[in-house]
Design a protein around this ligand. Structure first.
Ligand SMILES: Nc1nc2c(ncn2[C@@H]2O[C@H](COP(=O)(O)OP(=O)(O)OP(=O)(O)O)[C@@H](O)[C@H]2O)c(=O)[nH]1
Ligand SMILES: [Mg+2]
Length: 142
């Protein structure tokens, strides 16, 4: 997901371009302003932490872009490309390491396991919105 700061800083295309060029396959995409209930469900694992209210306020503060990317080890690939949570600790060459300075306002979100991905996909997409199709270059990306 591109978070409100990523959208506000005009980095949607930059993020999508990086995942696309890496060889991942985009199978679903939509844009929405996340409501408070959905935000609290999304970040339920952080409920009770001192930054929870601030995080919910941030993620609901403007448009976001939800995407589902497929590919070998897609979860690990995307998290590596996003970089460490704190942008100051994120390697240069990652989205957060190249474009961010903050821990909270870190441009992108990515699921941290296939199980989390399934839960988060269900929060934002109807099953029929996930497309099944073949890319012509898939033989080179296995
Ligand atoms: N203000 C504040 N926000 C934080 C802090 N730690 C994490 N966050 C925010 O909460 C989000 C979720 O935290 P984590 O799940 O631990 O980090 P992550 O998995 O790298 O990031 P996500 O892909 O967004 O889940 C982060 O991406 C930040 O936006 C913190 O210490 N302070
Ligand atoms: Mg996380």
């Amino acid at each position: 997901m591109v978070k409100p700061d990523g959208v506000g800083r005009r980095l949607i295309g930059e993020c999508i371009g990086r995942f696309e060029r890496r060889g991942l396959k985009l199978v679903a995409m939509r844009m929405r302003i996340i409501d408070e209930t959905t935000a609290k469900r999304h970040y339920a694992e952080h409920a009770g932490k001192d930054f929870f209210d601030s995080l919910v306020a941030f993620i609901t503060s403007g448009p976001t872009v939800q995407m589902v990317w497929e590919g070998p080890d897609a979860v690990a690939q995307v998290r590596k490309m996003n970089g460490a949570t704190n942008c100051l600790k994120a390697d240069v060459g990652t989205v957060r390491g190249d474009f961010g300075l903050s821990t909270q306002n870190n441009i992108v979100h990515a699921s941290d396991s296939p199980e989390t991905a399934a839960r988060e996909i269900a929060l934002y997409f109807y099953p029929e919105e996930l497309l099944t199709y073949t890319m012509p270059d898939e033989q080179w990306l296995r």
